[in-house]
Every structure is written in structure tokens, then in C-alpha cells.
Design a protein around this ligand. Structure first.
Ligand SMILES: *Cc1c(COP(=O)(O)O)cnc(C)c1O
Length: 376
């Protein structure tokens, strides 16, 4: 066997192809819809699309901020050469705060404890931190409890006078923005505005005020403030219940048929023989499994697409492989589309999410490292 020729023909087991044109168009749609600054959320490797490449596309298309969950994610963007403002919102006293401040990462601050840790790190390296204070407006997740907000602002103003930090923003996150006409939005907006007023009364001058995620930016104009934070919409996920905004999915995930076999009726397929063939048929092996992000629950009723036709998954999905029942036209090496264009009869992230009892965000961010990524 000629090994050189073999490696020239080598292809990864599974690929995800990212359409950066679609991402850029979604960025411009969100800029037009909001009329504000746009922070593109590139956490979790940009929902599986590749944080560094998406960051560059988003900034080229007019976004002015990037949002990530962790300090590590922010530092990876800086290491990749991104100089735009970045907000990290899962900041705790045990993060590498000195590295984050040195790299000019804006840090979210929800508590006095965080404020103290950020101030201390800033004093150690002699560089003031940029901080966005985070308020909880009714999600009971992160953010300052409303009762502690005034004290947080007073402490932040004290730290500003000591030149260890500058509060450049105030922000919060909405629990129920996906529901049009949702009553709790009104009280959250009121609480947010009140908090911004209290921050100013404490002597702070935050210039960035942001509350809206994708759904809020699209469905609740009162939440837009000076900037909106958008993740889902940028990746083509329609998150407002019952409404569509023409957002384009950007991810295509495909693998291929690596083995074919004819089997008789009554053949048990896969672990525990959870499926038995109901007739003589053809089975195709596909080298992707639940470790690659295919929800194991798709073992029961899931279908993938070969040449525009749906083929049912048979038997339990394994960690690294699954089996499809196919017709006689399918050939070795045929492309198997896991996530593609529903207009062409291919599965979508929404279809998988619905079958798996989850949201498309979970599907998109769930593809494993073995699913090789490239730009379209
Ligand atoms: C993930 C996240 C977002 C993005 O929300 P989408 O609904 O994906 O637009 C915005 N803000 C925070 C704090 C987040 O964690």
C-alpha cells in the first residue's frame, strides 16, 4: 500500500463547516434590529463555531464588543490577537485576575467579594481594572442581589478613588426574554434603570448599559439600552417563541459511510440489541457517536441525511459510532449529513434539540473535539 497516497486522501471522520458569510449577515441583522452597540457572545468556543474566527468575523461586520463566560476564554482571544473590548462574566476571586487585567479584559463584578479580589489584583500589578457591575433583575442566577446593590456601588466608587478600578458599565441578564409580551420584562427594565441611577448617585459613570440577549433585543425594545449581547441569533438560532427574524444557521456537520453490510430480518443491532431489523436490509456504519455530540436519545427515532434522503438511526448510539438503516443506493464513502439545511431535507439543530428535549444552543455547543472544524 502506498502510504503517501493514502494520507493525501485522508479526511477527518466528521467535519463541521462554518459559514462565516451567514455569521456576518446575522451580525448586521442584529445591529439593524437593535440600533445599539453589539456585543457578540463567543463563549463555549462560539457555540461550537470557533471563538477566534467568529470574533474576527463579528468585529469585521460591525460588532464592537465580545462577550465570554470565563477569563480563560477572554485570554485565549487576546492570545489570538483580538484587541477589541472583551467582557468576561464568570469572574470569581480564584480566577487569574492579574492576567485578565493586564490583558485589558473587562471584568464583570457581582459581589463585594469579587470587587475586593479585583481591586487587590489591580493594585498588585499597578494597572486599574475595567469593571461592569452585574445586577440580578430576577433570574436568581449570577449578579448582585438588589438589596446589596447600593453597597456594591459605594464600594466600587471607593475603589475608583483608590484608582484600582473603573466602573465602565452596568449590566444584567433576563430570564424570560424568549416570551413575547412577558410581564416580568417591565419590572426587570425598571429595576435595571433604577440600579443605573443608584450607580450614578454613588459617583460612578458607567457608559455601557446592557441587559438584552438575542431574544430581548428582538422582541423587547425597552431592554436595548446602549448595547445588546447576542449569541444565539448570531448562530442562526431563532429564540423568540413563535417568531422568526430570518436568522441563518451557520454550521454544517457531516460524516460519511465507512462500512456497509446486508443483514437478514431479525438482526440485533448495537449494544443490548436495542433494535432488531424488521426485514432483510442494509446497515451503514457512521464514525460519530455521543462523545462527538450526537445525543444518545436519538437512538430512538433519530434520522440522518444521505443524498437528501433520511435514514433512521438503528440501535443504541455508541460513544464513537452509530448505525443507519439505508437503501441499496447508498455507497461506501457517501456523505452523511448530521446538521445541514432543512430546506434540502437535512436535519437542523432545532430538530435534534426537539427530539432530545433540549435547546439548539445545547446541540451546537455540544460537538466534540473530534469533529474537525473548517471555514466554508
Ligand atoms: C449566553 C449569554 C448571552 C447570549 O444569549 P443569547 O440568548 O444566546 O443571545 C448573553 N448574556 C449572557 C450573560 C450569557 O450568558
Amino acid at each position: 500500500m502506498n502510504l503517501t497516497q493514502t494520507s493525501l486522501a485522508a479526511r477527518p471522520m466528521a467535519t463541521r463547516t462554518v459559514d462565516h458569510g451567514a455569521i456576518a449577515r446575522n451580525v448586521r441583522r442584529m445591529l439593524r434590529a437593535s440600533g445599539t452597540e453589539l456585543m457578540v457572545v463567543v463563549k463555549a468556543d462560539a457555540f461550537g463555531h470557533g471563538s477566534l474566527d467568529v470574533a474576527r468575523t463579528a468585529l469585521d461586520a460591525g460588532a464592537t464588543w465580545l462577550g465570554v463566560a470565563t477569563v480563560d476564554e477572554a485570554l485565549a482571544l487576546r492570545a489570538g490577537g483580538v484587541t477589541a473590548p472583551i467582557l468576561a462574566w464568570l469572574v470569581d476571586p480564584w480566577c487569574d485576575l492579574e492576567a485578565a487585567i493586564y490583558a485589558g479584559v473587562t471584568l464583570s463584578c457581582p459581589t463585594i467579594e469579587s470587587l475586593i479580589a479585583i481591586s487587590r489584583a489591580a493594585r498588585t500589578i499597578g494597572i486599574p481594572a475595567r469593571v461592569h457591575l452585574e445586577l440580578d433583575t430576577g433570574m436568581a442566577r449570577g449578579g448582585s442581589e438588589p438589596a446589596l446593590w447600593r453597597a456594591l456601588c459605594v464600594a466600587a466608587a471607593h475603589a475608583e478613588r483608590a484608582a484600582t478600578l473603573t466602573v465602565t458599565g452596568v449590566w444584567s441578564h433576563l430570564a424570560c426574554a424568549a416570551l413575547p409580551g412577558e410581564a416580568s420584562i417591565r419590572s426587570a427594565v425598571q429595576a435595571f434603570r433604577h440600579a443605573a441611577t443608584e450607580a450614578r448617585a454613588a459617583g460612578l459613570a458607567p457608559s455601557q448599559l446592557h441587559l438584552a440577549n438575542s431574544a430581548a433585543a428582538l422582541a423587547h425594545p425597552s431592554t436595548r439600552m446602549t448595547m445588546v449581547r447576542s449569541g444565539a441569533a448570531i448562530y442562526g438560532i431563532e429564540t423568540v417563541a413563535g417568531q422568526r427574524f430570518g436568522l441563518e444557521p451557520a454550521l454544517r456537520v457531516a460524516s460519511r459511510v465507512t462500512q456497509l453490510r446486508r443483514v437478514p430480518r431479525g438482526t440485533g443491532v448495537g449494544y443490548l440489541h436495542e433494535y432488531r431489523t424488521s426485514r432483510p436490509t442494509t446497515l451503514a456504519l457512521v464514525p460519530v457517536g455521543y462523545a462527538d455530540g450526537v445525543p444518545r436519545i436519538l437512538s430512538h427515532g433519530g434520522t440522518l441525511s444521505i443524498g437528501g434522503r433520511r435514514c433512521p438511526i438503528r440501535g443504541a448510539i455508541s460513544m464513537d459510532q452509530l448505525v443507519l438503516e439505508v437503501d441499496a443506493t447508498v455507497a461506501l464513502g457517501d456523505e452523511v449529513v448530521l446538521i445541514g439545511d432543512p430546506e434540502r431535507g437535512e436535519p437542523s439543530a432545532l430538530e435534534w434539540a426537539t427530539a432530545a428535549g433540549t435547546v439548539p444552543h445545547d446541540i451546537l455547543s455540544g460537538f466534540g473535539a473530534r469533529v474537525h472544524r473548517s471555514a466554508a
